[in-house]
Write a protein that binds this ligand. Structure first.
Ligand SMILES: [Cu+2]
Length: 151
């Protein structure tokens, strides 16, 4: 009884807090063979998002959020060696540290079929980003989604 009363007081307290603008926006994301399904493709800098990443598929997947520049760096290794491109000068310098704040990786060990992982993330920088699964062959098969982040 006493526990219940305490809980309902807590519930009132929580719902009062819930009206604050800082409440995270829930973004349910589904990983399947071979696609990444997101209900939103445009995000805002400074808005807290709660990514609820689930794998209703039949095999393991991973989930990576990174900027388009980082994706190009990764895929650049396997495709044509365009070392002369300006991408190299742009990413080798100070940009790396910035980007670390705007990326995350959920390992495939956490995303077995049927699993769900929740990640809170707030973008600090506008730009073009991608969701992707980089298990061998998955990205190329279509497991990616381009998103943009606006100020
Ligand atoms: Cu995958």
């Amino acid at each position: 009884m006493r526990k219940l009363a305490a809980l309902s007081i807590l519930a009132v307290f929580l719902s009062a807090c819930g009206s604050r603008p800082a409440q995270a926006q829930v973004v349910p994301i589904e990983l399947t063979e071979f696609a990444i399904d997101t209900p939103i493709s445009e995000f805002k800098v400074g808005t807290p998002y709660r990514f609820v990443i689930s794998n209703p598929g039949a095999i393991n997947h991973e989930f990576v959020l990174m900027s388009e520049g980082q994706v190009h760096d990764m895929s650049g290794e396997s495709s044509e060696g365009d070392h002369s491109e300006m991408g190299a000068t742009e990413t080798e310098g100070a940009a790396g540290e910035h980007d670390m704040a705007n990326m995350f990786h959920v390992d495939q060990s956490q995303l077995n079929p049927g699993s769900t992982v929740t990640i809170e993330h707030t973008f600090t920088e506008a730009g073009e980003y991608e969701f992707g699964c980089f298990l061998p062959g998955h990205y190329a098969a279509g497991m990616m989604a381009k998103i943009s982040v606006v100020p």
